[in-house]
Structures are given as C-alpha cells and as structure tokens.
Design a protein around this ligand. Sequence first.
Ligand SMILES: Cc1cc2nc3c(=O)[nH]c(=O)nc-3n(C[C@H](O)[C@H](O)[C@H](O)COP(=O)(O)OP(=O)(O)OC[C@H]3O[C@@H](n4cnc5c(N)ncnc54)[C@H](O)[C@@H]3O)c2cc1C
Length: 407
Amino acid sequence: MYEHIVIVGAGQAAVQAVDTLRRRGFAGKLTLIGAEPWPPYQRPPLSKKYLAGALERERLLIRPPGFFADHAVTTHFGRRVTDIAPRERHVRLDDGVVVPFDALLLATGSHPRRLPVPGAELEGVHYLRTLDDADRIRAGLTGGGRLLIVGGGYIGLEVAATARELGVEVTVLEMAERVMSRVTCPEVSAFYEAEHARRGVRIRCNERLRALHGDERTGRVRSVLTEEGGEYPADVVLIGAGVAPADELARAAGLECGNGVVTEAHCRTSHEGIYAAGDCASHLSRQYGRHLRLESVDNAFEQGTTVALNLMGNETLHDKLPWFWSDQFDLKMVIVGLAQGYDAVVMRGSPAARSFSACYLRGGELIAIDTVNAPRDQMAARKLIAAHARPQVDRLADAGVALKDTV
Ligand SMILES: Cc1cc2nc3c(=O)[nH]c(=O)nc-3n(C[C@H](O)[C@H](O)[C@H](O)COP(=O)(O)OP(=O)(O)OC[C@H]3O[C@@H](n4cnc5c(N)ncnc54)[C@H](O)[C@@H]3O)c2cc1C
C-alpha cells in the first residue's frame, strides 16, 4: 500500500481519484497540485451556461470549498509542476518546492491547439479551456459586436449558440465540408447547420484560416482572412481547433507517450507506480483493441475512479463504454460509443420535430448512437451497444418501436 499519493493536475479526473481514495478508506497522505489558482471546477459550462452569465462562478466547483481540507488533502493551487523525477520519486513545483511521492497520478488534461497563423496573438483572439478564458470571452461579447469562431466542432458550436442567444452576431468558419465531421454523420451535421442557420449563426464550411488582421493603433483583431480568399470582419475571435494532450511533463520524464501518456488497461503508465487519467491519457481499451484518448467528463471520471481503486490494491480495468454530451440552444445531444468504422447509419425519429437519433452499425451490430433530445434512446442504446446487439433495421428506423425492442 502506498503511503503518499501525489496528483498532478487539479481537474475532473483528479477530484474523482481523491474522492474515491478517501471514500474507500485510503488513510495515507494525499497531495493535489494544480496550475490554476482555483479549486477544481467543471469545464462544460464554460461554453454554455457560465458563458451565458446564467451560472454563478461558485456553482462551477466540482466539490464545495473546504472539501479538500476536510478530507486531509494537501493542496497546491496556482502551482505548476515543472518536472518529474520517476526514479528519485519526486516532483518539483515552479516555486522550487520538491514533493516526494510513492505513487503519482498524472491528470494534466489537455491544451487548446494553437494555430500558427499571422495575427494569432492580437488582442481579442481567444482560446477556450479555462475559467479565465471564459471570463475574457464573455467580457468581449458584452455590448454585442461580431464574434468569429474558427472551427465548427463542439466547442465552437456551443459558443456560437450561447453567443447568438446573447444577441451577438456570429460567424463560424469550418475547414471541412461540414460541421462536427470528426464525430458525427452527415445527417446530424446537416441538422445542426440548419438549426444554427435558423437562429442566425452564419456557418461557412470549406474555409481555412490564413491570417488575422488587426488595428495597428489598438492591436485589436479586426478581421479574419481565409485561404479561400474570404475576409470576415470580427471584434472577437475564438479559435476552437481541438486540443492536444498535456503530456509534456511525462515526455520529459521519459514515460512512454504517443497521442498522450500511454497507459495499459488499468491506467498504469510505462513507469511503476505512475498512473495517468483523463484527457492526457492514451488508454489501452480492451473493447476497442487499441489505445484511445478521449476528451470527456465521463472518461476523466471513470479513469480517475479506476486509478484510485488500483492504487488501493484493487486490480481494476477501465473498459467502460464512452459517452459524451453537447448542449447547443435547446438541443441536447448525447453520444454513446464511438462512431468509427461504421458501414451504415439508421435514422430514427424526426429531425423536423427536433427529437431523433442516428444509429451507427457495423456488420449489423449497433456500435454507437447520437441522440438529440431523445433520452429514452440514449438509455436503451447503452445496454444494446454494450451487449453487441444486432437490431432489426426496419424496426430501428421506426421510432414507434422502442429501441430496446428492436433486437
Ligand atoms: C469549454 C469546454 C466545454 C466542454 N464541454 C464538455 C461537455 O459538454 N461534455 C463533456 O463530456 N466534456 C466536455 N468538455 C471536456 C471536459 O471538460 C474534459 O474532458 C475534462 O475536463 C477532462 O478532465 P481532466 O481531469 O483530464 O483535465 P482537466 O479538467 O482539464 O484538468 C487538468 C488540470 O491540470 C492542470 N495542469 C496541467 N499541467 C499541469 C502541471 N504541470 N502542473 C500542475 N497542474 C497542471 C491544468 O491547469 C488543469 O487545471 C469540455 C471542455 C471545455 C474546455
């Protein structure tokens, strides 16, 4: 049993590990180190209710103030770990403090992908990952103005919806031929493009960012230029071009990394006693037979739990079916499973009635589903996907037949 567990990164995965360790009776020393000055908070509302001004800052906290002290956790918030010494078994903080560990959890999350284009450093150009980012974007949006979003993925479209509801003029530039192309099928993309257009969001696909132009006097962004020759005026720009794993500490320490910190199925890294969880981890999934790096609250939660159980000597695999959600306007999309390698999509329900599901099949097996305002399909799909069910296609396409009765 380990005596001192240190966790680097104070986000979703870290809190879950702390919580599980203490709830399961871990009585040793626990230290939590986070680069941001705040106690751990939820990120999903940063593009939704918090950005809209509909949620107080305090409501973002994953655990109430006092939780960490009450659970005998030593915290270093506002302190970055600058290096890990795996053999000597300590980490060093940016104020020079050295913290020894018996076991270490890396839960460092991910960084927004920076686009190396001229003008990206102009005033008014933002990325969205932290509370500070959200506050800056919100401040830029108050008083209307024109918001230009680069990237029609989840974050870009969620911010587009929120800003539009605040009365902001919004344009989204997407370099692919449709929005959310990496994660969903053409039918769902088309539905979201139409819903955004209906609310006044301008979406321009097949447009690649070339440069940002600014006002020489103020240093503020004024317009966005695309490779295709377009020029779009903008007062505020959000670049939502995906994220990269925050694995730089692990790389420097010689841990095996690929697309993130490589772990086996129990969340163990290549170094004994060092684990990784959440957005930063490239995890060996038994059910998918390959390494997966997922960016979702559910994944951080489940891997944080798994690490805690393994740290306490309860050999535990992480092999849960992934799921994710995205809120845009009054549309709640829940995605269960991974829509990769499918050979057929069956739509059920009615996009016109704004309640439907896209069911992804491979060789007749249901492997994933996107549900939009269809909670019953979502619940049933979890069981069917986990059971490798093969629904009857005609019944699947009939929303009058409950999903659970399609097999
Ligand atoms: C705007 C936004 C909206 C989202 N919406 C959704 C959604 O609707 N549904 C969903 O499932 N997921 C959503 N996500 C993704 C979800 O929030 C992440 O997948 C989740 O937070 C990952 O948890 P984590 O613990 O891996 O990392 P994080 O929660 O990002 O925490 C990592 C922490 O580690 C810290 N850190 C990094 N390096 C160091 C270091 N060297 N020293 C100390 N600390 C360090 C970071 O500062 C950070 O605070 C959203 C994310 C964003 C940004």
